[in-house]
Design a protein around this ligand. Structure first.
Ligand code: HEM
Length: 128
């Protein structure tokens, strides 16, 4: 038998669905983040992010089957991601992650990844 993927270990699809739903519930009323999202309906953005995370952690590759190579820095280039946006994003992710109540080691693995990924996505250092 194969070692289960991290995706399976944390509970598979329902875990990532809950994480991303909680994250977007926060985004919906976040004064820094909400204006960045081009669509009024956050549903499609929710789905793209969920499918990306599922693929990244070893679940089905539906993200790339529908969206192609992630190229996340390139896909964020149209949006202003400065330190304030990064910190707001991480704040909403921290809240969302807390709702999962995962074992500390799994939680730390996810948080570590999100922190690094959010710093990497910054594309301007202007404060305004
Ligand atoms: C897309 C903002 C960090 C993953 C987007 C979009 C915005 C955005 C406005 C477009 C929404 C849409 O898909 O319609 C931000 C901001 C960040 C951030 C302000 C702050 C640092 C991250 C990080 C990840 C991520 C750290 C991954 C761990 C994605 C994905 C998409 C996306 C997968 C959809 C890409 C696609 O297929 O088009 N983000 N993001 N984002 N973001 Fe972020």
């Amino acid at each position: 038998a194969q070692t289960p993927s991290f995706y399976d270990q944390v509970g598979g699809e329902p875990t990532f669905r809950k994480l991303v739903d909680e994250f977007y519930t926060g985004v919906a009323t976040d004064p820094v983040l909400r204006p960045l999202y081009p669509e009024e309906d956050l549903g499609p953005a929710n789905e793209r992010f969920r499918l990306f995370l599922i693929q990244y952690w070893g679940g089905p590759n539906t993200y790339s089957a529908t969206r192609g190579h992630p190229r996340l820095r390139m896909r964020h280039a149209p949006f202003r991601v400065g330190p304030a946006e990064r910190d707001a994003w991480l704040h909403q992710m921290r809240r969302a992650l807390d709702t999962l109540a995962l074992p500390p080691e799994q939680e730390a693995e996810l948080w570590n990844y999100f922190t690094r990924a959010a710093y990497f996505m910054v594309n301007t250092l202007d404060d305004e």
